[in-house]
Design a binder for this molecule. Structure first.
Ligand code: PMP
Ligand code: GLN
Length: 386
């Protein structure tokens, strides 16, 4: 087999798979390892899909997406960023993951380099390597609250660099890139004529400062590909609808990718997403309030534990906990936590070396369950602490 997508991060989920098997066998396990919202998709969205199916939307559709959905996405992006975009700038693909994969194939070739601040979402390296390009990781350090540093990005630019891949709000750190930080990165992209791929799947989940898209900065619209989806914002991970917003010329290339990979995305899923993006849905506010309350609870509980350090996420649905004073690696800690205390989390190492010694908790359970999980994490940590 080809090694093109070796390093796809698949093994990061081994602990999750084991935890699910334990839970299925009746063990008392709290699953916080995968970023899949514990909320159901709001009923009005489900109804829209059912209506679409009943109306007979069961055939092939266009390769860039349903016109009504393209229009809504373009209008909302234009309003949020001031970008001059129409439906011709948008391509709907099967989730943000597929959008990332397709977009990367359209802009980089074998031998190119893509700069990625690390820690980074587990699939990024494989997405870059599948094109034959190399991912050049630049560290975001826990000592600097995992903030992206434009200086480290600048120093990683070579004559092979084609793109910078950003993620804000960030998985796993929860950092939200500030307008000033975005401007510094935009300056580099413009100076060196680089693409920016901006993964904004957690854009609607910010707690302290609003989300900003780099695409809205002067000179950036023509070199930015925004990646987004409804997976997290609307608890729709299983519907597989995501999209790209980029220059019009990109859309044709992406449509070709879509033609040879997907032959379009399910029409009824796309109709449901039109409702998701346009209907007044109280559930979305409730979800966001709950995520915030969960974040605050976990941060408060775990920050009280001596020598355990939590990073307060500004956005997203994860919290990173520094367990280095346990004397264990994150993988050892996560294994012990699952086997002896019944809590499943991911080891930070899966996201890159600078997240070593950290565990990632998904904020995907109700408050009493998270409180229980925090107590178990505390007991595990105190039993190991050297
Ligand atoms: N990017 C990031 C940062 C993610 O965490 C995920 C997983 N939710 C994805 C992309 C893929 O999202 P989707 O379900 O829309 O494919
Ligand atoms: N994005 C989710 C996470 O980070 C998981 C997506 C997946 O692997 N199915 O946990």
């Amino acid at each position: 087999f080809t090694q093109k997508i070796a390093g796809d991060g698949a093994e990061a989920w081994d602990i999750h798979t084991r935890a699910v098997a334990m839970a299925d066998a009746g063990a008392d396990v709290i699953l916080l390892s995968m970023g899949d919202p514990d909320f159901d998709t709001p009923p009005a969205i489900v109804e829209a899909a059912v209506t679409s199916l009943r109306e007979g939307h069961t055939h092939y559709t266009g390769f860039t997406g349903e016109p009504a959905l393209l229009k809504v996405i373009a209008a909302q992006h234009a309003e949020a960023t001031g970008c001059d975009v129409t439906e011709e700038n948008v391509v709907v693909l099967s989730g943000a993951q597929c959008a990332l994969f397709c977009a990367m194939h359209c802009i980089v070739d074998a031998g190119d380099e893509v700069i990625v601040p690390e820690p980074a979402y587990v699939t990024y390296e494989a997405v870059v390597r599948a094109t034959g390009a190399e991912m050049v990781g630049v560290p975001m350090l826990p000592e600097q609250h995992f903030r992206v540093s434009a200086d480290t990005i600048r120093s990683a630019v070579t004559d092979k660099t084609r793109a910078i891949l950003l993620n804000t709000p960030h998985n796993p750190t929860g950092a939200v890139i500030s307008p000033q930080e975005l401007q510094a990165i935009a300056d580099i992209a413009i100076e060196h004529d680089l693409w920016v791929v901006s993964d904004e799947v957690y854009a609607s989940l910010t707690y302290d400062q609003p989300h900003h898209s780099i695409s809205g900065l002067a000179g950036m619209q023509e070199r930015t590909i925004v990646i987004n989806s409804v997976s997290k914002s609307h608890a729709m991970t299983g519907w597989r609808v995501g999209w790209t917003i980029g220059p019009k010329e990109l859309s044709g290339h992406l449509a070709n990718m879509s033609t040879c990979m997907l032959y379009g995305c399910p029409t009824f899923s796309q109709h449901a997403v039109v409702t998701a993006l346009t209907a007044e849905l109280d559930e979305l506010d409730i979800m966001k309030q709950k995520y915030r309350a969960r974040r605050d609870l976990v941060y408060r509980q775990l920050s009280q534990v001596p020598d355990l350090h939590c990073h307060l996420p500004e956005g997203g649905m994860f919290i990173m906990v520094d367990i280095r004073h346990s004397g264990c690696t994150a993988e050892e800690f996560a294994t012990q936590l699952l086997d002896d205390y019944g809590v499943s989390v991911l080891a930070g190492d899966a996201f890159g070396a600078s997240a070593a010694g950290h565990i990632r908790l998904g904020l995907i359970a109700e408050l009493p369950v998270l409180e229980d999980a925090c107590q178990r994490i505390e007991r595990c940590f105190l039993s190991l602490r050297k």
